[in-house]
Design a protein around this ligand. Structure first.
Ligand code: GDP
Length: 367
């Protein structure tokens, strides 16, 4: 029996018949050790990502195999894009298996972030979206923070069963697994990682002990993510790479803030207040009078108000308004994929304009 050859980078089945299909390796390179597919090869050596000819349906079909197993599901989300990276449909596909939720990229959060409040919020938000999780862990796959706890958590919740790691593209799933592997084996960069969505292709089998394995699964593409409307240059501007520095704006009512040209915040009613903005440090913020905001947006989108850039602004969906009347607690207005704005505990009215698919939410302030 011929053994099935899989790519050591992404786990896809290797073939050398069709250049356009996943897993292609030229005949001449088949005997290389380790064998990696053309896509991973390019990614590794040229940092270049090729499009994957899988449909969203293919991905979901692959994930739905998990429902037939008895396992622990480890679901990874990006703490910076909780709603955008959550994928509501996922838990229907993973069956009745217990789930733990892992929030990745905590190195990007300001040091003063209240992590236990973040955990509570994640647990509750998951529940509100119909998913009961056993536990929540916060990690940074970049620095290794939180890995002792999450490793311990996986060991105790899996109860000797297999582990499936699921998540939407770009949450850092590969980086997370690489870190787990390098800790236990010392191997570096065992799995391909990249800046762009859609990198991991197949199920990668990583033995945990003689009887069980940890499986990496294809990253599900989530159309609700802001990144799907933006060019790769734009994505670089909105993606934080370092700890976020809060930016404080003293705002009067009837003033507007633009976050690039992506989202607009109108302060409709209330006393002069400090609004604290938590976005990638490279993302520019513009303040103007509410009465001038429409004009500014129409004339300067893609220029002063960027991203989206001049080239990608045509793809960017029209903004839709949503009004919040807040009072009582200090509140974060969360903009999935971008960051959040902390507003004080005063009675205020704010209108947020964002693409219809990008669901704005509120929570008790984390800081
Ligand atoms: P995947 O598509 O979910 O497998 O995501 P990757 O592992 O390819 O990571 C996507 C991007 O997020 C890459 O640019 C990673 O360097 C970055 N990334 C992953 N984990 C972390 C983290 O803990 N902190 C930070 N700052 N970036 C991370």
């Amino acid at each position: 029996i011929e053994e099935k050859l899989v790519c050591q980078g992404c786990g896809v089945t290797i073939q050398s018949d069709n250049k356009e299909k996943p897993g292609f390796v030229p005949q001449s390179a088949l005997s290389n050790e380790p064998v990696i597919c053309q896509r991973c090869f390019r990614l590794k050596h040229y940092n270049e990502v090729q499009d994957v000819p899988y449909t969203d349906g293919d991905f979901l079909e692959m994930i739905s195999q998990i429902a037939k197993t008895k396992s622990l599901v480890v679901k990874i989300v990006d703490v910076f894009d909780f709603n955008g990276s959550f994928i509501k449909s996922l838990h229907r596909l993973t069956g009745n298996n217990p789930i733990i939720l892992v929030g990745n990229k905590i190195d990007l959060l300001p040091k003063s972030t209240n992590l236990s409040r973040l955990k509570q919020w994640m647990k509750k938000s998951a529940k509100d979206m119909g998913l009961t999780v056993q536990d929540v862990f916060l990690v940074s796959s970049k620095t290794g923070r939180g890995f002792d706890q999450v490793k311990h958590g996986i060991e105790s919740y899996r109860n000797k069963r297999d582990v499936y790691v699921v998540g939407c593209t770009n949450v850092g799933k590969s980086t997370f697994i690489n870190y787990l592997i390098s800790e236990s084996t010392g191997a570096k960069d065992a799995i391909t990682t990249s800046y762009f969505p859609g990198t991991t292709l197949g199920f990668i089998d990583i033995p945990l002990d003689e009887r069980s394995s940890l499986y990496d699964t294809p990253g599900v593409i989530n159309r609700q993510q802001l990144t799907h409307y933006l060019s790769s240059e734009d994505i670089k501007m909105i993606t934080p790479t370092k700890e976020i520095k809060p930016r404080v704006y003293q705002i009067n009512s009837q003033q507007t803030l633009f976050v690039g040209g992506l989202i607009r915040i109108d302060y409709i009613k209330g006393e002069k207040q400090p609004f604290v903005l938590y976005f990638a440090n490279s993302l520019s913020i513009h303040r103007t009078k509410l009465e001038k905001a429409d004009q500014l947006y129409y004339t300067h989108l893609g220029e002063l108000l960027t991203p989206p850039s001049k080239d990608s602004r045509g793809e960017y969906p029209p903004l839709q308004e949503r009004t919040f009347k807040l009072s009582g607690e200090k509140t974060d207005i969360v903009l999935p994929g971008l960051g959040w704005i902390a507003v004080p505990a005063e009675p205020i009215t704010i209108t947020i304009s964002s693409p219809a698919d990008v669901s704005v939410s509120i929570r008790t302030a984390l800081i």
